[in-house]
Design a protein around this ligand. Structure first.
Ligand code: GTP
Ligand code: MG
Length: 228
């Protein structure tokens, strides 16, 4: 068996390696997308009107998808982009960009991994985001205080950014309800300037046809991003 000191050293080296890879991915990602998201996009759409009919080219909007590791961000994104559930997902080691076409524009969803060493990058994208989606594992009671703290730190940086909280894993027996989750996340503390929504979700095969379907998330995002 390896001595404790050696294990500690190994985990430090591994942690540093993951952070370095994360930084490189971040830099590459920023270079690739440089200029795509400048100032916040102001939707040129009138209600019920398609941008292309108005002569506008398709536009991109950024939805930032954050939440603790294991909350279900990648699963939700897979579900939104392919309308299919995935049996297994690997933890996101950096960034996971997903593009979803919507009527008249394109939604760029960007997940940043939720492990502790990647949370450092979370706020780097806030100024370019049009909506923040915060995914919570509703059955992970012990880590809800951490989720609450991380969420409120993010929100403090931008008092107006619309927020969509996904109360995920509603299929689990010990999942908290939306009302319980709102209490645990102290959402009553949010100021009145911000639009916010809490949706129950389940990124499972069985949930495709239920009221907790993640399809509702896509339609809410389209609605939010299309409003004048
Ligand atoms: N039962 C259940 N399991 C889910 C649900 N959503 C995700 N999972 C499972 O939860 C685990 C973690 O899901 P991920 O989508 O990888 O979580 P993540 O938030 O992307 O995690 P990181 O990338 O590490 O930040 C996987 O085993 C998923 O299959 C859900 O709604 N219900
Ligand atoms: Mg992930």
């Amino acid at each position: 068996m390896a001595p404790r000191g050696a294990l500690g050293h190994l985990s430090l080296v591994l942690g540093a390696a993951v952070a370095a890879v994360g930084s490189l991915l971040f830099i590459a990602w920023r270079r690739y997308f440089r200029g795509r998201w400048g100032a916040r996009w102001e939707p040129p759409l009138a209600a019920g009107c398609c941008a292309e009919q108005l002569g506008f080219s398709k536009q991109q909007v950024l939805v930032l998808v954050l939440g603790l590791d294991g909350a279900g961000k990648s699963s939700v994104l897979h579900y939104i982009s392919s309308e299919a559930a995935k049996d297994r997902t690997a933890p996101t080691q950096g960034f996971n960009p997903v593009q979803v076409p919507a009527e008249g524009f394109q939604i760029d969803l960007l997940e940043v991994g939720g492990s502790q060493n990647l949370r450092f990058y979370w706020n780097q994208f806030l100024s370019q985001a049009h909506v923040l989606v915060f995914v919570v594992d509703s059955a992970d009671g012990p880590r809800l205080p951490v989720a609450r703290q991380e969420l409120h730190w993010l929100l403090a940086e931008d008092p107006r950014l619309p927020l969509v909280v996904l109360a995920n894993k509603q299929d689990k027996r010990d999942a908290l309800s939306v009302a319980e989750l709102c209490r645990e996340l102290a959402l009553h503390l949010l100021n009145g300037q911000r639009q916010f929504f809490v949706l129950p979700t389940s990124a499972t095969h069985a949930a495709l046809a239920t009221a907790t379907s993640i399809r509702h998330v896509k339609s809410l995002l389209v609605k939010l991003l299309s409003q004048p």
